[in-house]
Design a protein. Structure first.
Length: 364
């Protein structure tokens, strides 16, 4: 019996209707947007006054003295805090002939813009977490060790809910603010949800069934004191990036990591705009206001929040066969900490050396 080979009757060609790609920034929780909410700056570097809150909260007996006078008080300024906004620029080249002879589905100019934008978004996340991972910046912190980490799920000395309560209480005591964001890397969060002590508390305090599948972010919030956190504060985040060189070797093509490393961060978020007492929160994402707020002509990028301080600038044509245009993709943004007491860092919350569970996720 002769088998028909239908491919022999067809000349293969490229399907030009679409390109296999990643076209959306699919991370709902990003430190550069939520922990450092966007706040415009008219200048690349500027200052803001800081009141001496320790003096403001220090006890002063309002007792009449022997001479009949009362104590005189005044406000104090600690000084100023400064932000500096670096300009991060990636350049793209758009060769006229190459672009004109490329399959329409590739939309080369748009894809170059998207690629540059993705790289700059990653760089913002890395910059935000570099600040958060520094105990000199997040001065209220604790470092966990073997037997106390959140993923020591069978250890009697590991108490994730207890540590989180202490952290929330510390922020509330020092600032009067509820915790708005508890950022937990997703891989660690999933392991933490299997914790014996969390399961025990859920059964005893919430009357849940002894089933580990019932433990989630909502249950963890209910186990924390509602007077200390706002609803929805527990945020398992998934943002990872490929931590390899731009021209990796064949053996090192991808290495996905969390920019946070194995830490958990709690913050009472600031409200942008200098709105009275509400601006006492942790930090802001300062961006240069004169930079256009979104990359034009690209709906995939324009629908994403956190585009403040991004811009596209046309540069002079460059000389080559057929000529072409240059574009500079610019990010003018910086994380700015204005109140250290509104954050608490839990360092080494998970065991980064446990590559059997986490691969390389915590090795950044």
């Amino acid at each position: 019996m002769t088998m028909l080979n239908f491919n022999s009757r067809h000349v293969r060609k490229t399907d030009t209707r679409y390109v296999i790609s990643r076209n959306r920034w699919e991370y709902p929780h990003c430190a550069s947007v939520e922990i450092f909410p966007p706040d415009p700056s008219q200048m690349q570097s500027d200052l803001v006054w800081e009141e001496d809150v320790l003096h403001k909260m220090r006890r002063q007996q309002a007792v009449q003295g022997p001479d009949g006078t009362f104590p005189i008080v005044n406000s104090r300024m600690r000084g100023t805090r400064q932000w500096d906004i670096p300009l991060r620029v990636l350049k793209i080249l758009n060769p006229n002939i190459e672009d004109a002879t490329t399959d329409p589905a590739i939309t080369p100019k748009q894809r170059r813009q998207e690629t540059a934008w993705y790289k700059l978004r990653v760089e913002r996340e890395v910059a935000a977490w570099q600040l958060l991972r520094d105990p000199g910046q997040v001065t209220q912190n604790i470092t966990l060790g073997t037997g106390t980490r959140f993923d020591d799920i069978h250890s009697s000395t590991s108490n994730p809910i207890g540590v989180l309560r202490v952290a929330c209480r510390r922020i509330k005591e020092r600032t009067g603010l509820k915790v708005t964001d508890i950022y937990i890397p997703m891989a660690g969060y999933l392991r933490m949800c299997e914790h014996d002590n969390i399961m025990r508390e859920a059964v005893n305090k919430l009357n849940l069934n002894a089933d580990r599948s019932t433990i989630n972010a909502n249950v963890i919030e209910r186990l924390l004191d509602e007077s200390l956190i706002v609803p929805g504060a527990v945020k398992p985040f998934e943002m990872v990036f490929n931590n390899t060189n731009d021209r990796p070797s064949a053996a090192d093509l991808e290495k996905w990591v969390y920019p946070s490393g194995p830490m958990v961060i709690l913050v009472a978020r600031a409200t942008p705009g200098g709105s009275g007492g509400s601006d006492y929160g942790f930090g802001l994402g300062k961006y240069l206001d004169i930079v256009r707020s979104a990359i034009p002509n690209d709906p995939e990028i324009q629908i994403v929040t956190g585009n403040e301080g991004f811009g596209v600038y046309e540069a002079p044509e460059y000389e080559m066969a057929g000529h072409g245009t240059q574009q500079q993709i610019l990010s003018a943004w910086a994380p700015f900490i204005q109140q250290e007491r509104a954050a608490f860092g839990i360092y080494s919350a998970f065991d980064a050396s446990n590559t059997a569970t986490y691969q390389d996720l915590f090795t950044f």
